[in-house]
Design a protein around this ligand. Structure first.
Ligand SMILES: [Fe+2]
Ligand SMILES: [Fe+2]
Length: 209
């Protein structure tokens, strides 16, 4: 598969593509990118388990989130391996303005989804944007972007983009089970526009978001 064959926004609820300059900025400081990425994976695992504690009543949520947490921990270990193979070390988690703003946005809209639906859709957007970003990284690497260290990063990001594409659908479907399909569909449209504005307002950095 080449970068050109995978449309970055295909199948995702996003309306605004990432700035075309982002992938070069991100790949220009690979240790910083991989350190941030590793933290994204461990945070995804932690928030999946936090959802089990907070909303065990949502049909299918405990098992879906347990499976997801396992998968995200595996990704965390894989990104740590990639970082260490390239001589990097895991830094402290950088503040995640994107995730914080998406959660605040989703949890303060008043159109009746309730706490579980709000949280699940915030996670859905975080997964969807990660999917787009991984596709962009895979595409840039497949198109010949030079990065230090062993080969194999393009395939890794291509595989992770497929995982994130599945994950956003998992969160969307759990939200529909908790709050109803029609309400979730309306909320997705509303959040998509606001999410695009958040993304456009953040600087281009060697970070996943
Ligand atoms: Fe992941
Ligand atoms: Fe994920």
């Amino acid at each position: 598969m080449t970068g050109a064959s995978a449309e970055p926004l295909e199948g995702l609820p996003l309306t605004r593509p990432t700035d075309p300059g982002w992938a070069a900025v991100a790949l220009g400081d690979l240790p910083a990118l991989l350190s941030d990425h590793a933290h994204c994976e461990q945070k995804a695992a932690s928030s999946a388990m936090a959802l089990v504690a907070r909303h065990p009543e949502v049909p299918g949520l405990p098992r879906a989130m347990t499976a997801l947490a396992h998968e995200e921990m595996r990704h965390f270990r894989q990104v740590l391996d990639l970082l260490e193979e390239r001589g990097g070390t895991l830094g402290p988690p950088p503040p995640d303005a994107y995730a914080g703003r998406i959660r605040r946005l989703s949890c303060t809209l008043r159109d009746g989804l309730g706490s579980a639906g709000d949280l699940l859709l915030a996670c859905a957007f975080i997964e969807a944007r990660s999917c787009e970003r991984f596709r962009l990284l895979a595409g840039a690497l497949e198109d010949g972007a030079k990065v230090p260290g062993p080969r194999g990063l393009a395939g890794f990001y291509r595989r992770l983009s497929s995982a994130e594409s599945r994950h956003w659908e998992t969160f969307r479907d759990l939200a529909a089970g908790a709050a109803g399909k029609a309400r979730v569909a309306r909320r997705l449209v509303r959040l998509a526009g606001a999410e695009g504005e958040i993304v456009a307002s953040l600087p281009l950095r060697p970070r996943i978001h």
